[in-house]
Design a protein around this ligand. Structure first.
Ligand code: MSP
Length: 640
């Protein structure tokens, strides 16, 4: 069965921001996933170029509307090309074929008796290109969606009989509980429809920048309502009304939208499709909104995150990974450089990057870079079984658009790999003359990396191609079948040395948002300079703080204060930490508990014992307590 995946088409009144990039990354990852599985997949994105808002933006910029639209549309397209977004078509609503398709749809709905002419009087929000009733307005004037002020418009208009489809829509939602994803978003749509649908004004006479009426209706005063025009892109892109060569992709498997435009996609769009006698999309997936450092992004605050700026600083693949891993689909997300850097350092650099480096290093040392899976099952059946269980579970996460869970599960493969290295210590096996065993562990990890990079490919295509290249195979649907479905292991090969894929990032690589910085009034400048005990953020990051787990603890004989601990910081060997906490904690009570460790202190000697770190603690007149993470974290997780 073929798959059809779409993003919303982006308005050409401003440059792409991180919210646009997010929808595009999700849809691109999903489309790549389907393509990887060998599904016949079509992925559509593009730009929405008509309407009063675009006309006004062009005027403000002193440009002819078409030229303005051309430039901004090209900006989106170039950005997606730079980001290697694997779209099959980039549609523009100013494309001739699209306009013809919209006219055709209008004619079909008109002929069916679903469109009639009348007068409209209402409160119109130009920014949202939407009419609202008096009762919907905030304080009798402002748009309930964007808060801007609305205008009263009275004009002749064609109307679409939306009210006619109320029952059919409610029935459809009831029979297809997964139509709106996540399901938690369905109730707002259902309640809106249950509240009663008014017929929808689908033409405008107050401006001209829109699709003309069809020849057969000939009513030149009118142009089409931008949402009617825009929604139709999903079928005109397949040739609806012109050359229907690709219509077999319809209905869409999933249409991604932001939560702010769910109503258009879950109510108007299905009603239009019912009127056109076309099947409805299988799913509308509504994602949440992104903020920056906890604040809403806006041009006026100057805190809009530019995806290109982030990609230039951190790499587009890191950004893709971060956005898709950070936020459960449907929920709002927050972009902060701290959270971003933490994920890069702990998940990409530590868990994935280091694993690859370790097997390159070990295979170089032990087998001249040759990796042979021949003994993997003999020594590591347990690990391979665990890997296969995880791999089998992944598809359901992706199909349910739980990409963050998909990635979380996928990351368990790297834990299996890292744990196998710790437990089987190939360097010890080599010393014990058990080369077969040592090489089997290295090959196990190579296979884990191969399988994981296939499954990670939809989210990080370029990086995983580099890993695959190092492991001497290519990622495509046949390797997917071989290594994931048929669960085969890599054939004998020589691993290639690649430079570290994810260099650790020590401090933010972009300036912080203005609002995230201290208030920069003239007065506060003076105060800041006076306070000489303040440090730069970079100075703070010079301290490496990490989560540790106490794996051994004993009292230091003859010392009133000291305990000797072994603390696992996710490194090759645990560290010895001598801490002055004996008066407050018994050795036993510390076993298997989590602590926060200053990890880059120069080692010190206390009562003749080396201490390779310091525990964070707080002490007042009531005594001392250790600082611990609120939730359990992996050993070595950076604190910042
Ligand atoms: N042109 C319409 C869509 C028509 S589809 C037939 C439109 N365009 S838009 O450019 O304003 O928004 C496109 C998408 O970007 C929407 O899905 C919207 O939710 C998303 N985002 C805009 N700001 C956003 C964030 N801050 N965070 C996440 N996504 C956000 O609406």
């Amino acid at each position: 069965m073929s798959k059809y995946i779409t993003t919303p088409i982006y308005y050409v009144n401003g440059e792409a921001h991180i919210g646009h990039a997010y929808t595009t990354f999700i849809a691109d990852s999903m489309a790549r996933y389907e393509k990887l599985k060998g599904e016949d997949t079509y992925f559509l994105t593009g730009t929405d170029e008509h309407g009063q808002k675009i006309e006004e933006s062009a005027q403000k910029n002193g440009k002819p509307t078409q030229l303005f639209a051309d430039e901004i549309s090209a900006g989106f397209k170039n950005l997606w090309d730079e980001f290697e977004i694997d779209y099959d078509k980039f549609i523009r609503t100013t494309d001739e074929d699209h306009k013809k398709g919209v006219q055709k749809a209008f004619e079909v709905m008109y002929a069916k008796g679903d469109i009639y002419k009348d007068f409209y009087e209402g409160h119109y929000c130009v920014s949202c290109e939407t009419f609202f009733t008096e009762t919907q307005l905030v304080d009798g004037e402002f748009c309930p969606d964007c808060g801007r002020s609305t205008n009263i418009i009275k004009e002749e208009s064609y109307f679409f009989k939306l009210s006619k489809y109320e029952d059919a829509l409610l029935k459809y939602y009831a029979q297809n509980p997964d139509f709106i994803m996540p399901r938690s978003r369905a109730s707002e749509v259902i309640n809106f429809v249950k509240g009663g649908l008014r017929d929808l004004s689908v033409t405008r006479t107050s401006f001209t920048w829109g699709v003309q009426m069809p020849e057969s209706i000939k009513d030149d005063k009118h142009v089409m309502y931008v949402w009617l025009d825009a929604l139709m892109n999903y079928i005109t892109a397949l040739g609806y009304g012109t050359d229907e060569a690709n219509m077999h992709y319809w209905p869409a498997s999933i249409q991604f939208v932001g939560k702010d435009i769910l109503r258009f996609h879950a109510i108007y769009w299905p009603a239009f499709l019912m009127s056109l006698d076309l099947p409805l999309p299988k799913h509308i997936g509504a994602h949440g909104w992104w903020t920056r450092d906890g604040e809403k992004m806006s041009k006026s605050k100057g805190n809009v995150v530019s995806p290109r700026e982030v990609a230039n600083a951190y790499g587009v693949e890191n950004l893709r990974y971060f956005m898709l891993r950070e936020v459960p689909f449907g929920q709002d997300g927050d972009f902060s450089q701290r959270a971003f850097i933490d994920r890069i350092n702990s998940e990409l650099s530590n868990d994935l990057g280091n694993l690859l480096n370790r097997i390159i290093g070990m295979s170089g040392k032990y087998s001249n870079f040759e990796i042979d899976s021949v003994n993997v099952l003999k020594y590591h059946k347990k690990e391979i079984d665990a890997v296969n269980i995880i791999l089998d579970s992944l598809d359901a996460f992706m199909e349910n658009i739980q990409i963050h869970r998909y990635l979380e599960e996928l990351w368990k493969l790297f834990s299996i790999g890292n744990k196998a290295i710790e437990e089987h210590a190939p360097w010890v096996k080599m010393k014990e003359n058990k080369k077969d065993e040592a090489l089997a562990t290295v090959a196990l990890v190579a296979n884990i990396l191969a399988k994981a990079s296939i499954m990670l490919h939809p989210v990080m295509p370029r990086t995983t191609n580099t890993i695959a290249d190092a492991l001497s195979f290519s990622i495509n649907s046949s390797s997917y079948n071989e290594f994931i479905i048929d669960k085969k292991l890599l054939k004998l090969f020589n691993i290639k040395v690649v430079p570290p894929l994810f260099p650790r990032i020590e401090e933010p690589l972009m300036p912080e948002a203005p609002s995230a910085q201290p208030n920069i009034s003239e007065k506060s400048d003076e105060i800041l300079e006076e306070k000489d005990n303040l440090i730069e953020i970079g100075q703070f990051f010079e301290t490496s703080l990490k989560i540790g787990v106490v794996i051994e603890a004993e009292e230091v004989p003859k010392s009133k204060k000291l305990l000797k601990l072994l603390v696992d910081l996710g490194e090759e060997k645990p560290r010895q930490v001598v801490a002055g906490i004996k008066e407050f904690y018994s050795a036993d009570s510390l076993l298997n508990t989590q602590v926060c460790v200053v990890a880059n202190l120069k080692p010190a000697k206390l009562m003749g014992m080396i201490s390779e770190g310091m525990l964070l603690a707080a002490k007042d007149e009531d005594g001392l307590c250790l600082i611990r993470p609120e939730k359990s974290k992996k050993p070595g997780t950076p604190i910042g």
